[in-house]
Design a protein around this ligand. Sequence first.
Ligand SMILES: Cc1cc2nc3c(=O)[nH]c(=O)nc-3n(C[C@H](O)[C@H](O)[C@H](O)COP(=O)(O)OP(=O)(O)OC[C@H]3O[C@@H](n4cnc5c(N)ncnc54)[C@H](O)[C@@H]3O)c2cc1C
Length: 400
Amino acid sequence: MHHKNRSYFTEDHEIFRKSVRTFVEKELLPHQKEWEEKKFVPKEIFKKLGDQGFLGINYPAEYGGSGCDLWYKVVFAEEMTHARMNGFAMDVFVQTDITSPVIEKLGTPEQKKEILEPAIKGEKILALGVTEPSGGSDVARIRTTAKKVGNEYVINGSKTFITNGSRADYIVLAVRTGGSITDKETFKNAYQGLSFILFPTKTEDGKTRPGFSVGRKLLKMGNDSSDTAELSFSDCKVPAKYLLGEENKGFYYIMQNFQGERLITAVMSVASSRQLWNDAVAYLNERQAFGRRLADFQVWQHRFAQWAAEIEAAQELTYRAVDLYNRKIPCVKEITMAKLITTELVNKLAYDCVQAHGGYGYMAEYDVSRIFRDVRLLTIGAGASEIMREIIVKETGLMR
Ligand SMILES: Cc1cc2nc3c(=O)[nH]c(=O)nc-3n(C[C@H](O)[C@H](O)[C@H](O)COP(=O)(O)OP(=O)(O)OC[C@H]3O[C@@H](n4cnc5c(N)ncnc54)[C@H](O)[C@@H]3O)c2cc1C
């Protein structure tokens, strides 16, 4: 099943697609097995991505970006899935779609110079610190506090499951600067008491910031090439100039920022679905059973015909959301629906693709088994499916 969509992509997008594909084939694919096994990706690869301009696709030239439209980002995300290691792709998207957009949008010129510019070059790595051990879905109940003392914030608390967490130079950190989750009186305002701090993990002399520490390495069922860490903050002091945007507007910023994250998750899920479909169909056409190719059995033909139709539908919903987002037209409903539909789809499809591969599908060395494990995260992270349905309830006026 080929990917051709003339309504959205121009010749220039396709030229860009080829350059990303070449990069993925030369710089990522050859290392895939090693990085997945070692559960580690060298930091230098960020610099290589930066040198190609892949980390600043739609940022202004002033900060080293290329000023392109969102469709180039879509192309980049689609091609990144060809490395068949969602873990590393996630590390990169945390940089490009989850942390740097909010800095570009809200940062002061000084913050952009210090953080956005080197992030676009791939010289600094960024992480997003929202989730805490006590919960990720209920963002309003964030417990990590930041108290303003003089010209500094003093941070106390902990975060978990943080992608790029163990080696981030800056963490876009969600903290509580007001309200309370324990006091019933103030809880109703709890969501109004959140803020974002651009937490520098090192001090100016390059040492780990006192009071900040990275906990044990988290072992996961998939996404092995991604760095996922627990972080803790104990009376950790940060200059007040690292507050991002306005104090106590963090909840609103987090919700806004989720849109880009969910959209890119949908794009990746569709691209992974297409890849899974292509690999499985190739296998069905090759593998023999009972004197026939598996693809000759109508049961497999129908099953994969059904998946082809569902992938196409999911793709169009996703592209519709990209189109609206690109034109800055409100599209929370479309992005939420795309995130829900595509992430659920890729998981059900992956299940069938493992089945189509039989015992080989269960072998770790087969791409399909890795992708099956990797995509499991997609209905959980960036807002779980249950949360997507909650938003759709509100967006559609379902409850009257
Ligand atoms: C590999 C990995 C990487 C991650 N990277 C990051 C990162 O970089 N930064 C970051 O901040 N976080 C990150 N996360 C955290 C992720 O966003 C959270 O795991 C997710 O938001 C869910 O939060 P939780 O795990 O605390 O589950 P919970 O919030 O405890 O939810 C548990 C279950 O209950 C359901 N549930 C919750 N509320 C409701 C409701 N109202 N109605 C019905 N069901 C509900 C959920 O959908 C879920 O199924 C990462 C997670 C993983 C696994």
